[in-house]
Design a protein around this ligand. Structure first.
Ligand code: DAH
Length: 337
């Protein structure tokens, strides 16, 4: 029909669009409100009435052709665009991979294995106890009576049933004395729990290693020697140590073993607060009441006990200055002494 575009050229034009932007221009040109087909329809009024209806039908047919061509090309271009997006992020499975750091044992595990090796070499056995304790094992039998202010020191969590996520591994001392006959030599590594605000030096869950020896004629000298050889083994060299008197209800006398600060070699620094020593291992001779609460005659048996904050040892040995690093999976070892 005269003056009308060719259907084939409309189709060709749609096919010539190579992206969705060009196709949108095609749509506006042919199918938009101000597009060519709308213009042709508007022009019908000026057409000879005899030709008008045939010309109208022809224009409508062209509109359907443009619409169909647009839809078909749109579907094609969408598939092409999707493929291009995939191609942009495509993974070459044959390319060599980037280097990855190999996993390794956690420093707590490494040091614990060494400590266990050290003590088993001295004839100690590893004993364990439950992480959820009762008041007897966590407090009463350790000469920490109910309502005694000493209980407050431990910032205890309680469950609804008044069970205690153990505040220290000293509870295992009691279990060892109840179930074994002297001579007893045990260490007990494990997790303990305290209602502490977490910061660089405190955590609500951390590790301790408890030690207990019960025999005849046990003295502070035995404890001193045992702990000093342990420190030498862990730190890889002999460090200055000193005992200071301290109070723990389950030992008499109670002592704290301080070790020469490894960060400043005893000169005095911010970590040891200028003293040149770091407080490392509390201990003492087992209190006669504790022996008695486990059915042992204090006139016949003596013992020493100690309870190290194990995380602090790990931190000292590996130069980790924030306890949270031990538990948050972003551990980077700075130095090894
Ligand atoms: N249980 C104590 C605490 O968690 C540490 C401790 C001190 C353990 C003296 C001992 C000891 O065995 O004799 O604070």
């Amino acid at each position: 029909m005269t003056g009308l575009p060719e259907a084939a050229s409309i189709r060709g034009e749609a096919l010539a669009c190579t992206d969705l932007l060009a196709l949108e221009e095609f749509r506006l040109r042919w199918l938009g409100k101000k597009g060519e087909i709308t213009g042709l329809l508007k022009g019908l009024g000026a057409v000879d009435p005899a030709e008008r209806s045939a010309r109208g039908a022809a224009i409508n047919a062209l509109r359907d052709i443009a619409q169909t061509a647009w839809e078909a090309r749109k579907a094609e271009l969408e598939v092409i665009a999707e493929q291009a997006a995939l191609d942009a992020g495509w993974i070459d499975v044959t390319a060599p991979s980037s280097a990855r750091a190999a996993g390794r044992l956690h420093p707590i595990t490494v040091l614990l294995e060494e400590v266990i090796d050290h003590f088993t070499g001295l004839g100690f056995e590893v004993a364990s106890g439950p992480e959820i304790e009762d008041e007897f094992h966590n407090f009463d039998a350790l000469n920490i009576p109910k309502d005694h202010p000493a209980r407050d020191v431990w910032d205890t969590f309680y469950t609804d049933r008044r069970e205690i996520p153990r505040t220290h591994t000293s509870s295992v001392q009691i279990r060892a004395m109840q179930t074994r006959k002297p001579p007893i030599r045990v260490i007990s590594p494990g997790r303990v729990f305290r209602n502490e605000t977490i910061d660089a030096t405190h955590h609500a869950s951390f590790n301790q290693v408890e030690g207990l020896l019960v025999d005849r004629h046990v003295t502070v000298g035995h404890l001193k020697h045992t702990l000093e050889t342990l420190v030498t083994r862990i730190m890889g060299r002999k460090l200055e140590t000193r005992f200071r008197p301290a109070f723990y209800p389950f030992v008499e006398p109670g002592l704290d073993l301080d070790v020469q600060c490894v960060f400043c070699n005893g000169v005095g620094c911010s970590i040891c607060k200028g003293s040149g020593y770091i407080e490392l291992i509390p201990g003492g001779l087992v209190h006669p009441k504790v022996l008695a609460s486990c059915g042992l005659d204090p006139d016949e048996w003596q013992g020493f006990a100690f309870g190290m904050g194990f995380d602090r040892m790990v931190m000292m040995r590996y130069g980790i200055d924030d306890i949270r690093r031990l538990y948050d999976g972003r551990l980077q070892l700075v130095r090894q002494f």
